[in-house]
Ligand binder design. Sequence first.
Ligand code: PRT
Ligand code: ZN
Length: 287
Amino acid sequence: MTGTKLKIALQKSGRLSEESNALLKKCGVRFNNGAGKLKSEAVNFPIEIYFLRDDDIPEYVADGVADIGIVGENVLAETKKDVQTIEKLGFGKCRLSLAVPKNFSYRSVKDFAGKRIATSYPQILGDYFAANSVESDIHTISGSVEIAPSIGLADAVCDLVSSGSTLFTNGLREVEIVMQSEAVLIAHNNLDGNSRKILDKLLFRIKSVRAAAQNKYILLNAPNDKLTEIIALLPGIKSPTVMPLAETGWSSVHSVINENDFWEVVENLKAGGAEGILVLSIDQMIQ
Ligand code: PRT
Ligand code: ZN
């Protein structure tokens, strides 16, 4: 394949790498990401992939070394690089939170005044304290932030949390959420026309994959006398498909439902007289 290639930066190994690779693969982009590889070219799409440390991705994209990248919003906010956020990707969800030792009697963010806080996110935390008019001593460390209070290095921490179990096992209690984060697709500010076209093509596929992940395909059988009520329970993209079954007096109904309402809708359908309910995953949903 000749001509322009879009350069995308992905995390080499870490919490975002598996899902970043999987997303591209679901978009039909085939490439080899064997261990230790720093660069790869897709075989069937004009894209070149760089595998990097997540902290370096915003800078590479801002400088135009990579055209686009996938990175956590937390890293993007911390590095303050001038790039465009194109799309939220729905994985790598976490929050950056302030946490205190269990015996710390906490009332409000003002309690952090004059305290020493260990974090790997000094910029975000500094902005947060400034916005709350709190002056504290931010102590930057690059890892194992959660042990800082127990070894006497800090009074509190500001760290990423997902399940909360790391805080819990280190005797810490989450008291304030500083920011919510998830993986996002970012892009260089001045992409040339050809790169933009490739990005649009990829983005169209990403949106289809994301929409599919949020929806389910549902099939069910309904007695014709209950059809109107059952159809009213289906919040599909358009009105559902209804086809007669071989057995007289019955119809087959097909629709798409949002994953969030899924259990409730299924329970209501069953109670409304639907039978043989099948729910299927959708690979792509073209809108
Ligand atoms: O080597 P490289 O620099 O590329 O990777 P890294 O070690 O800096 O980052 P990595 O792979 O740990 O995380 C990459 C991104 O994943 C982060 O920037 C976040 O956007 C996102 N993410 C989502 C998380 C978490 N969830 C998460 N739970 N990043 C880190 N954690 C850590 C957290 O720091 C704490 O130590 O997990 C622990 C807390 O988890 P729970 O479940 O116990 O609350
Ligand atoms: Zn990192």
